[in-house]
Design a protein around this ligand. Structure first.
Ligand code: NAG
Ligand code: NAG
Ligand code: NAG
Ligand code: NAG
Ligand code: NAG
Ligand code: NAG
Ligand code: NAG
Length: 553
């Protein structure tokens, strides 16, 4: 099932009443409550369906899953949460999975209502469209890190956030497993951010199902290595248990076997096949009993709300909820289900698994992309680029994508000695261009500037009215200026005019960064990114100084 891609939130320091939920801890392969008993997720997906986005060619080539283009934040309406909570209680769920929230809205009421009912939230932090890692053209960039952090900042005060999912089905087929290093880099950086704010929330990923080789390769890749960059809670969206199925007929025996050596807890991040109605939910008993419970810690039934393709256990009309027989049967199945309370927490310890080799089913290097560094990107944009994308274009992600292809083609056709590898990357070979971490609009300004520098006259910086020469106080006047400025940006010595203002607050085309980013991951990223900045700088500098001594006229 492909559903919404995650969302965002905003912080306000409202004092919170004491929590109804207890702290859940990961130990080894399992989750435990504060009494040391095993914790099983008995959940339901809780997100009304958004509008589906137009199918793109790139999406078609990568599995063709329908993607939503918008969302309704289910945790932003107190009235709706109040309306739904009796039904969530009837279902006996202890968790909901929410796919998209808006970080600028207030979630206090809904989170409190859920907390009072003992319900945890598994929250996806990505958003539809440009708010998540693009499986067709993956990168891990400042604007996504910033968006994810904004959501975390908005939810960090709630005691009942069990996990933040950093992606849902980003990797959808063996052919795009090269997207995996970017997802894992996102997990690494979000884990670092959570540590920096003393959050105990887990970092999750929800994987698409597939054939055993693919399914197992992705699971082992995402959970291998040391604790700094492994996923804490691995989800599998699985729809193989249909009707009155069995462990063998559903493949759940094979799936359990394939995941049995994972070193982190795993769960069914979506389940509830609709192809053999009625849904009997007999898989709930199987999920919460050995052998499946030896490997899985519960799951999320899909979906509380109805979907256009036939899932759903309620229909909503204004303030009225009508349940169907799927709901009744799931309530009965969850109501009686308790998983075995073993193995004991004391028997568990976190261990690191070796990473799988690259193969046809796993085109992913273990060399992860760097932590996005907004200071470097914003500094370059301000002081090293002579030709910038216009604000209106910068705010249109589709246009930015088109123009990046156009500008890169123009660079190549002009016989430039530099090419767009500076802003590109490859998750199979582990080569990451020095600006691959920057937001799409800043990458575009790099391409515009590199082209412009080939022949720095006004008409070279136009791109059908999408670009304007950089007239800022720090703008480079010639190639030498640009070279020195780029060098300084990578060396962490930005030529800031007003030293008291942060590079994020310039309000320029790259201005999607919030103060939270500079106070969090960006600080850490400075240290992590410094390892190879000098070699990266050389590439960017060469591009900007492509015509030695070129003078901007
Ligand atoms: C979030 O909500 C604000 C306020 O209603 C709105 O302006 C903004 O467009 C929303 N953001 C998203 C991504 O939906
Ligand atoms: C996605 O694009 C919108 C404009 O359409 C922009 O406001 C938003 O910041 C972008 N999101 C990210 C994560 O870049
Ligand atoms: C984890 O792995 C990373 C990358 O291989 C390494 O830099 C880091 O030092 C390791 N951390 C620990 C605690 O072993
Ligand atoms: C609340 O429920 C109503 C009725 O179904 C719906 O139209 C509205 O979009 C919901 N609001 C949110 C924020 O989900
Ligand atoms: C759940 O348990 C109750 C009483 O303990 C029993 O009557 C009922 O049949 C059980 N339901 C299912 C679905 O097993
Ligand atoms: C900008 O570029 C796009 C191509 O992506 C083009 O359609 C458009 O006419 C250009 N000019 C403006 C002002 O948008
Ligand atoms: C990455 O590089 C490999 C080896 O050069 C190439 O075969 C592959 O097409 C590249 N992948 C992407 C996504 O560019």
């Amino acid at each position: 099932m492909r559903f919404l891609r995650a969302l965002t939130v905003t912080a306000s320091l409202v004092p919170l009443a004491s929590a109804a939920v207890v702290k859940i801890t990961r130990s080894g392969k399992y989750l435990y409550d504060d009494a040391g008993s095993r914790f099983y997720i008995k959940g339901v997906a809780y997100q009304p369906q958004g509008e589906l986005a137009a199918e793109s060619q790139a999406n078609e080539a990568n599995g063709g899953f329908p993607e939503p283009s918008s969302f309704h934040d289910p945790l932003s309406s107190e009235a709706n949460c109040t309306r739904d909570i009796p039904y969530l209680k009837q279902l006996s769920v202890n968790a909901v999975r929410v796919y998209s929230v808006n970080s600028s809205l207030n979630h206090d009421a809904c989170m409190k209502i859920l907390d009072d009912a003992g319900i945890y939230v598994l929250l996806d932090v990505s958003l539809p469209l440009n708010g998540s890692i693009d499986r067709a053209s993956p990168s891990w960039t400042t604007n996504l890190l910033d968006e994810y952090i904004r959501t975390i900042d908005a939810f960090n005060k709630y005691p009942n956030v069990l996990a933040y999912n950093i992606g849902n089905e980003v990797i959808s087929a063996p052919s795009n497993t090269y997207a995996a290093p970017y997802v894992k880099a996102a997990a690494r950086d979000i884990k670092a951010y959570l540590r920096s704010i003393s959050s105990n929330a887990l970092v999750g990923y929800a994987a698409v199902d597939g054939d055993a080789t693919f399914r197992n390769a992705v699971a082992h890749y995402m959970t291998c290595g040391n604790d700094t960059d492994t996923i804490d809670l691995y989800g599998l969206n699985n729809y193989q248990w249909c009707g009155a199925s069995s462990l063998t007929a559903s493949n759940w025996d094979t799936i359990t076997q394939g995941f049995s050596d994972l070193t982190v807890p795993t769960y069914m991040s979506e389940f509830g096949c609709i192809t053999s109605p009625p849904r009997l939910w007999t898989e709930v008993a199987a999920l919460l009993a050995t052998p499946v419970s030896d490997v899985f810690s519960g799951g999320i039934a899909f979906s509380f709300f109805p979907t256009s393709d036939g899932y759903g256990m309620t229909t909503i009309d204004g303030n009225t909820v009508t349940t169907n027989s799927d709901f009744t049967r799931l309530a009965a199945a969850y109501g009686n289900a308790t998983g075995p309370n073993s193995p004991a927490m004391s028997s568990q310890q976190n261990t690191a698994a070796a990473c799988p080799q690259e193969s046809a089913a796993l085109l992913a290097t273990t060399n992860l992309p760097p932590t996005p560094n907004p200071d470097v990107c914003n500094c370059l944009d301000k002081s090293a680029f002579a030709c910038l994308v216009n604000d209106a274009t910068a705010n249109d992600p589709v246009k930015v994508g088109e123009l990046t292809n156009i500008a890169c083609d123009m660079l190549a056709k002009a016989g430039s000695t530099v090419d767009c590898t500076t802003i590109g990357s490859n998750g199979s070979t582990g080569t990451y261009g020095p600006l691959s971490m920057c937001s799409p609009d800043i990458k575009l300004s790099w391409a515009f500037s590199a082209y412009y520098m080939l022949n720095p006259i006004a008409t070279s910086c136009d791109f059908s009215g999408n670009a304007t020469r950089n007239e800022g106080a720090d703008a480079p006047r010639n190639a030498q200026d640009a070279t020195i400025a780029a060098d300084n940006c990578f060396a962490g010595k930005p030529a800031v005019v007003t030293p008291t203002s942060s590079p994020q607050s310039t309000g320029d085309s790259g201005g999607s960064n919030s103060p939270s980013e500079s106070s969090g991951a960006a600080t850490k990223s400075g240290a992590q990114a410094s390892f190879s900045l000098s070699s990266m700088a050389a590439v960017v500098i060469a591009a900007l100084g492509v015509v030695a001594g070129a003078v901007v006229v």
